[in-house]
Design a protein around this ligand. Structure first.
Ligand SMILES: *[C@@H]1O[C@H](CO)[C@@H](O)[C@H](O)[C@H]1NC(C)=O
Ligand SMILES: *[C@@H]1O[C@H](CO)[C@@H](O)[C@H](O)[C@H]1NC(C)=O
Ligand SMILES: *[C@@H]1O[C@H](CO)[C@@H](O)[C@H](O)[C@H]1NC(C)=O
Ligand SMILES: *[C@@H]1O[C@H](CO)[C@@H](O)[C@H](O)[C@H]1NC(C)=O
Ligand SMILES: *[C@@H]1O[C@H](CO)[C@@H](O)[C@H](O)[C@H]1NC(C)=O
Ligand SMILES: *[C@@H]1O[C@H](CO)[C@@H](O)[C@H](O)[C@H]1NC(C)=O
Ligand SMILES: *[C@@H]1O[C@H](CO)[C@@H](O)[C@H](O)[C@H]1NC(C)=O
Ligand SMILES: *[C@@H]1O[C@H](CO)[C@@H](O)[C@H](O)[C@H]1NC(C)=O
Ligand SMILES: *[C@@H]1O[C@H](CO)[C@@H](O)[C@H](O)[C@H]1NC(C)=O
Ligand SMILES: *[C@@H]1O[C@H](CO)[C@@H](O)[C@H](O)[C@H]1NC(C)=O
Length: 878
């Protein structure tokens, strides 16, 4: 079966950018965090707030290569960041380039999840590198549920390269990339190398994993508990302030051995015999001790006393850290807390972290050489697939056209050869070449270089070979270049002289006007083609919306029209003397009626007391007589007789959307995909008003009560009494009260203007109602407006809590997320950040495709992730 998401991707690429920004302000303490959702198209919904409360954005700006994919198999504990991924069919090394603070300690975490994005079910195995050094082998054959290696590392330059390296035939993939700078660089110190996370636990017998915002650095703490242990807890706060700041919630509970005289033991077996470990254990006394009670214990690691005796402080953190790394004898690691003889209570442990040392011995290429070669790449517009990551190392991935000095690992490599022969270079020889101060061979032969042979080459003393042959260089060759020990090749530059007496060519002047006129003709053609394409594009959109021919009589007043006009007595007759009330519309009651004996109609009668209503009434007739759209309620006729005004509409037997959401009036609750279908239809009616009408219209009173449903639940917009036309994308200005409280564009308060984007806002509120079935304004709550209420719940990231409980979780969560994001972007307080109705329609279509394919159906989102970290450690108690 074709996956919904392939189609989604195609649709997205084909449509114009939908930039959706959610309305929240950036949280203070995550400012420096880098959160990349790999493979997320930047126009789609970047940045967005993930369930952790962190903002994720597209990775596009940080990598030049790779394609985007969407997973098809959703793991337990799925969170949205893993929905998309980037995969790398081409090139053996593909690298992210991130700006970092040199010398600052970072927590770096990458998540890899295959999820059968390509439908081939071939799980990849590949390597990841940090700059020129191997970081980890990613084996998704073994780790079918994904893996997330993490290190604590201090970058040695101001850019950090994270590279995926093909090691076999399978295609590397990446889901997310996360960097968290640490405030204190004196935490997690090592004698050498960096720290690779082995495991990090808090000890509790229930609970999910802990991360941001409980943990300021977004470290992930898994839960650990053994049957030999007893849990103790406190409801008081534990002071967690030291340079490790483990989360307070992790410290509020601890494990003690149930057998009070037994030690508390944690054991694991080391992967490699020479693995070096660092241990950080976090303690706080969380029980009330009597005066005759003591808790005192020693820490033993691999049978040696490691620290002790320790008496944990009451509600105050103590962290015991390794000063130097330890290896485990025979691969058996054990760590024990043993009570002292004078202790009356068993030992306790609140949380601990274990890291292994990872060495990154290979130095990165000299930073100024990297800057120079990047500058050359930009100057000549080179795009070479393998010019990614470190230019020189590791040697097997050295950039094409370079050679480097690479004597020993601890010395930064230098670029010694730059070979850009036959690379289509045009322009002059770039001055930045002189920044490659160790350059020995410069080969620029067989290009289209023009201008002179630059003097700076004379000062590059390291140069041994310069090949400038077969270019279009002019002028003369600096005398000093003709030195001993330097091989200079210049043949095939017809206008280059060996002496200083070369004449300057005069020919190019005449070429200019010819070029200019050719260029301007080309511009005219381009403009014509663009116009043609735009025109075609627009009519295609309109056809898709069943646009009927417009009446050309739009300037005539409604009373003069030839449409079906009823007398007042006919109105009385058709409504059987106003017998059955259907509802109350703006400025009048609506009655049920029949015309021609059997055709059902809805008759809106302007109440005679309403003088204000006349204008709206007239506006509605004028509008309805000239617009026709399958998703706008159509006018059957009208009555205009003295003071008696009535509008006769087609009757829609299924009432309005509001009734269906509330279940009032015996209306059925409609399911998720039908809701999306209704939203799509209402949106296309609105889009027609915005771009299909001339002049365009704003409805100005979009709400669930104005979306009517026929017997097949087909949606039609009604009540155009407040609608206004506006010219050329402008906004309508009207001093009369407009719209309905709660649906009204907040910008109206300042500007008093309502434009298309005001309808988009109201539509966003309608969508939120359809998603949540919450009141638009809730008098009893602090977050009284629906946008506040949803925004508040979004922060907690639990979609099930947001969705209408009447749906009974029977929806595709993926489409629910998208619909929710769309609704929030429509309801953005700033009109410029709202999408257009056309963009809204595209997005709803995609939601609908996903909802129908139902890939994520009935899958409950858990606040935790169950993805294993990159280790097979299973601690065991004794
Ligand atoms: C990447 O690989 C795909 C399929 O292997 C190929 O179609 C495409 O042309 C390649 N792109 C580049 C830039 O090499
Ligand atoms: C990485 O990006 C920085 C700018 O953010 C740039 O200066 C540097 O040259 C880039 N490095 C590579 C190897 O692309
Ligand atoms: C992957 O997750 C599933 C569902 O939670 C679980 O049954 C399975 O054991 C996991 N596989 C691995 C290798 O962790
Ligand atoms: C630890 O366990 C207690 C009860 O046993 C529970 O109330 C608490 O929420 C748990 N802590 C976490 C972080 O889940
Ligand atoms: C927490 O402990 C630190 C010293 O360890 C102290 O400076 C700080 O005031 C304490 N904070 C609170 C809220 O008690
Ligand atoms: C409790 O632990 C002590 C010391 O390890 C041991 O001698 C004793 O047998 C244990 N008691 C029980 C009931 O297991
Ligand atoms: C500590 O004193 C209390 C009485 O104040 C007594 O009940 C308890 O057994 C004593 N505990 C120990 C370990 O001596
Ligand atoms: C080249 O070197 C000069 C002088 O050291 C420096 O100012 C300039 O920024 C360098 N250019 C590049 C692209 O690194
Ligand atoms: C130089 O440029 C011309 C036209 O721009 C092109 O046809 C020719 O192949 C180029 N020559 C080289 C050596 O790149
Ligand atoms: C050099 O420039 C001339 C025109 O100025 C062009 O005809 C010729 O093809 C160029 N030569 C090379 C090698 O690109």
């Amino acid at each position: 079966m074709e996956s919904c998401c392939d189609r989604v991707l195609l649709v997205l690429i084909a449509t114009s950018a939908l930039i959706i920004h959610t309305i929240y302000a950036q949280d203070q303490d995550q400012e420096d965090f880098i959160n990349l959702d790999c493979g997320l198209p930047s126009y789609e919904r970047s940045p967005y707030k993930a369930s952790t409360g962190l903002w994720f954005s597209s990775d596009e700006k940080f990598i030049q290569s790779g394609n985007t994919g969407r997973i098809r198999e959703i793991p337990v504990g799925f969170t949205k960041q893993y929905e998309t991924l980037r995969y790398f069919p081409n090139g053996s090394r593909n690298c992210y380039n991130l700006s970092v603070d040199k010398g600052r300690k970072y927590l770096i975490r990458t998540v890899f999840l295959y999820g059968n994005y390509d439908g081939l079910n071939i799980k990849p195995v590949f390597d990841i590198y940090l700059g020129p050094n191997l970081w980890a082998t990613i084996d998704l054959v073994t780790r079918v549920n994904g893996t997330q290696p993490e290190i604590l590392h201090i970058p040695t330059s101001s850019s950090l390269q994270i590279c995926l390296v093909k090691t076999g035939t399978t295609t590397p993939v990446i889901s997310t990339l996360e960097l968290r700078p640490m405030v204190s660089s004196s935490s997690y110190m090592t004698e050498s190398g960096s720290l690779k996370l082995y495991n990090r636990y808090y000890l509790n017998n229930t609970g999910y994993r802990i991360r941001y915002s409980s943990d300021v650095y977004d470290r992930i703490w898994l839960r650990l508990f053994m049957k030999e242990w007893t849990q103790i807890s406190t409801s008081l706060n534990v002071n967690n302030s030291n340079r490790y700041v483990p989360p307070q919630v992790a410290l509020k509970n601890a494990a003690t051995p149930t057998n009070a005289s037994a030690p508390l033991t944690i054991e694991w077996s080391s992967e490699k015999a020479d693995d070096q470990y660092y241990l950080y254990s976090h303690f706080a006394e969380i029980q009330d001790l009597q005066t005759n009670e003591t808790r005192e214990f020693n820490m033993v690691w691999n049978e040696n006393l490691y620290y002790g005796p320790l008496i944990p402080n009451k509600l105050q953190l103590t962290t015991i850290r390794s000063q130097s790394p330890t290896t485990c004898k025979g691969g058996k690691c054990s760590f024990q807390l043993i009570r002292t003889n004078r202790s009356t209570l068993p030992p306790l442990l609140n949380a601990f972290e274990i890291y292994t040392v990872i060495q990154f011995p290979q130095s990165e290429t000299d930073e100024s050489d990297v800057a120079a070669v990047k500058d050359i790449e930009a100057t000549y517009g080179l795009s070479r697939l393998n010019w990614q990551g470190d230019p020189c190392v590791p040697q097997q991935f050295r950039w094409d056209g370079l050679n480097c000095s690479n004597t020993d690992m601890s010395t930064p490599p230098r670029i010694t050869t730059l070979n850009l022969s036959s690379s289509g270079l045009a322009g002059t020889i770039a001055a930045v070449v002189q920044n490659l101060t160790q350059l020995e061979t410069l080969d620029l032969s067989n290009n289209n270089l023009t201008g002179g042979v630059p003097d700076f080459l004379v000062n590059m003393k390291s140069l041994l070979v310069i090949n400038l042959s077969r270019n279009n260089l002019t002028g003369s060759i600096p005398q000093a270049l003709q030195r001993e020990g330097l091989k200079l090749f210049v043949e095939g530059n017809p206008r280059l002289c060996l002496s200083d007496s070369c004449a300057k060519p005069q020919k190019n002047k005449k070429i200019v006007p010819v070029v200019a006129s050719v260029a301007s003709a080309a511009i005219v053609i381009v403009v014509l083609v663009v116009l043609f394409v735009l025109k075609k594009g627009k009519s295609a959109i309109l056809q898709g919306l069943h646009l009927l021919p417009r009446t050309s009589t739009m300037n005539a007043t409604f009373a003069e029209k030839n449409s079906r006009r009823f007398t007042y007595s006919e109105v009385i007759k058709m409504t059987n003397n106003f017998q059955r009330i259907l509802g109350k519309g703006g400025f009048g009651m609506v009655y049920h009626g029949f015309v021609n004996g059997s055709e059902q109609v809805a008759v809106k009668v302007l109440s005679q007391s309403s003088t204000q209503g006349y204008k709206e009434f007239k506006a509605e007739v004028d509008l309805l007589l000239r617009v026709h759209h399958t998703h706008l309620v159509s006018l059957v006729g009208y009555c205009y007789e003295g003071d008696n005004l009535a509008l006769v509409y087609e009757f829609l037997s299924n009432g309005d959307l509001k009734q269906h959401l509330s279940g009032k009036g015996g209306r059925s609750i409609i399911n998720w995909s039908t809701r999306l279908q209704i939203a799509l239809e209402a949106a296309s009616g609105l889009e027609y008003l915005h771009i299909g009408c001339t002049p365009p219209m704003v409805h100005r009173d979009i709400k669930t009560a104005n979306i009517l449903l026929d017997e097949n639940l087909k949606a039609k917009l009604a009540d155009f009494g407040l609608s206004r036309s506006f010219q050329g994308g402008g906004e309508s200005h009207d001093t009369a009260v407009a719209g309905t409280l709660g649906y009204l564009d907040p910008e109206y308060n300042h500007s008093g203007r309502l434009g298309e984007k005001s309808d988009v806002y109201s539509f966003g509120i309608v969508l939120l109602e359809m998603i949540t079935n919450q009141p638009v304004i809730n008098q009893t709550s602090n977050n009284s407006h629906i946008t506040q209420c949803v925004g508040f719940k979004l922060n907690r990231g639990d979609i099930a809590e947001i969705m209408d409980p009447n749906l009974h979780k029977d929806y595709d969560f993926n489409s629910a997320w998208r619909a929710l994001e769309l609704a929030m972007s429509c309801a953005n307080p700033s009109s410029s950040k709202r999408p257009s109705m056309s963009q809204v329609i595209n997005e709803i279509k995609e939601c609908l495709v996903c909802a129908k394919s139902g890939i994520g159906k009935n899958l409950e989102l858990e606040p935790q992730e169950i993805m294993s970290s990159d280790t097979s450690m299973v601690p065991m108690a004794r």
